[in-house]
Write a protein that binds this ligand. Sequence first.
Ligand code: IFM
Length: 453
Amino acid sequence: MAEFPKEFVWGAATAAYQIEGGATEGGKGLSIWDVFSHTPGCTYRGETGDVACDSYHRWKEDLALLQSMHLKAYRFSVAWTRIAPNGGTDWNEEGFAYYDTLVDALLEAGIEPYVTLYHWDLPQALEEKGGWRSEETARAFASYAAKMAEHFKGRVHQWFTFNEPACIVKMGYGTGEHAPGLKLPLEGQFTCWRNVIYAHCLAAQELRHADPENKVGFVSTGRICYPVSEAKTDVDAARVLTFACPDDDWAFTHTMALDPVCLGRWPEPDICGPRLAASIAAVPQYINDALPLGKPDMVGLNIYNAAPAQMGENGPSYVERPAGYAHTAMNWPVEPECLNWGPRQMQERYGLPMFITENGLSCTDKVYRDGKVHDADRIDFLARYLEKLSEGIHAGADVRGYFQWSLLDNFEWHSGYRERFGLVYVDYATGQRIPKDSAFWYGEVAAANGQSI
Ligand code: IFM
């Protein structure tokens, strides 16, 4: 049994490059993902987002799906290159027109748009001038945010600036698994990091300036550790491991994303590795001065799993999962406690309203002989996770809403179309959408504000 606050927001999430297609239509410019996915060897089977779910043309079907699930909120991202094809201030009217139509139709249907301004598809023209290695990109992002806020004033009030700096920086500029595919040392990655944070702060100021009613959010992902027992020692151990930022594992932490924007300062040196601490100490003063501008009205948390932890003889330590532990098609562990302890730990440290901006799983979904998609694994996963989220809320975490990742099966970055995360199955050959069993189930959950779980 799960219980959620009365005004709890139930939604689903997507991102532009993963669903839209229309890669060269409507005056859109090239993004780093257009270039990266077309570079041999960079994605699974060379797959690209050129067509993806074709939502650029089929968005009405997607809207109907949201309505059929009784969802009152849709988190989607805007392709920066539709609005500013070269990343500058040559605005593209056709790009605005596409999102105008979508936003107006959502509002008409009583579905609130939660707009993410950056879900990884940097204009290639900006990458060629240094990408996130350059502060100019932060300033370009702020101009884009200002223009978006002005254009959508009165229609969009919920804005997330960035989705997951960990993936933008670590995977894009560290391991090179994501666009633009660079492999910089820690110091170079940190320059990108601080520029993303700076961009958020400048953009937050623009969004608020355009309309004081705008709510500004920032979406983080990273390591969460949960205690193996309620004992205070284990609870403390899990918290320490969640927020630690060692040199070999600092990017996938909520600390590095949320301390600067929520607390207006970087993590303390004693929880950072020495190279990271040195990079933090060298941040230019004007960036540090801008941090307080970035304080979000809502913290977005993308939470998929967590690691068990305890207080060992030598201090906080990880606990090995049992043999044969449950995992998803993508091999991510199934760990419902993440939605209980994650938000509680974030509540303690940041004390701000939160949204679960992503949660879900990939399954080996297929169309059965009866023409339906029976994804019992997804239903079981979501029920377990939502029960734990409800527990976390009752324990004091101020979580205002939940966005399922994802509305549709879509282009899963370097994994191409191999992973299916959707509530709705997409036949990529035809674009046909088939709501999975979980879509019907989630629709009932949303309609009953979680009480059907
Ligand atoms: O598909 C991604 C999304 O773009 C960002 N968060 C994680 C999802 C699943 O990998």
